[in-house]
Design a protein around this ligand. Structure first.
Ligand code: COA
Length: 176
């Protein structure tokens, strides 16, 4: 999962840098963006700085690929997309994404996701990509289905966050 830059019609996907901390914090401290996440919204800039440092380290040691999603025209950071839980022998990883509320519904994740999926299958040699989401997260399920993912099942009562128990829907996409 070496460092890479992926260009699409409107977007650039590339490694996050220290300079992105403020913009990244603004996105992931938003309760609406984090509503279906399995962690709390970020509460301090330090979390953004730590996230970026970890992303850089895991890109360098080939265990994970976290890329910032940037608007090509302006360079603005819109969100992030990642491949994690990478199991090299099984050629499998999990995909995750999140973008600023201001950019929802504009096809950003469809465009970024398509490019990352193609990169994963054609250049990283993955055979399977999976995703785990809250079954109530309709926009995320639609985004996954638009990328060709199939819903493979539901894991009941998988999470408990602040006393709220929730199921997980598991989606999969196979290289073809
Ligand atoms: C889920 C999310 C990533 C979707 O990104 P997006 O760029 O808005 O998605 P797209 O514009 O590519 O649209 C994908 C599909 O979702 C639908 N959609 C987008 N926003 C929606 C909303 N608020 N409500 C219902 N459907 C929505 C689109 O209509 C489209 O469906 P279609 O193919 O039937 O037309 C984005 O809403 C987000 O960042 N949410 C918060 C973080 C999150 O929950 N991440 C997932 C956890 S892994």
């Amino acid at each position: 999962m070496a460092t890479t830059v992926i260009e699409t019609e409107r977007l650039i996907l590339k490694a996050l840098t220290k300079e992105d901390a403020r913009a990244l914090f603004a996105i992931f401290s938003d309760h609406e963006v984090m509503k279906y996440w399995n962690t709390e919204p970020w509460g301090s800039m330090e979390q953004a700085t730590c996230f970026i440092a970890k992303s850089t380290a895991t890109l360098e040691n080939n265990t994970q690929m976290t890329l910032g999603i940037y608007w090509k025209e302006t360079g603005e950071l819109l969100g992030k997309i990642m491949l994690f839980s990478y199991d090299k022998p099984s050629k499998r990883a999990e995909i995750g994404f999140g973008i600023s509320r201001r950019y929802w519904g504009k096809g950003i994740v469809s465009e970024a996701g398509q490019a990352l999926v193609e990169h994963a299958f054609n250049h990283l040699g993955l055979r399977r990509i999976e995703a785990e989401i809250d079954p109530d997260n309709i926009s995320s399920s639609k985004a996954l289905e638009r990328l060709g993912f199939e819903k493979e099942g539901v894991l009941k009562q998988r999470w408990e966050i602040n006393g709220v128990v929730s199921d997980s829907a598991i989606y999969g996409l196979l290289a073809r």
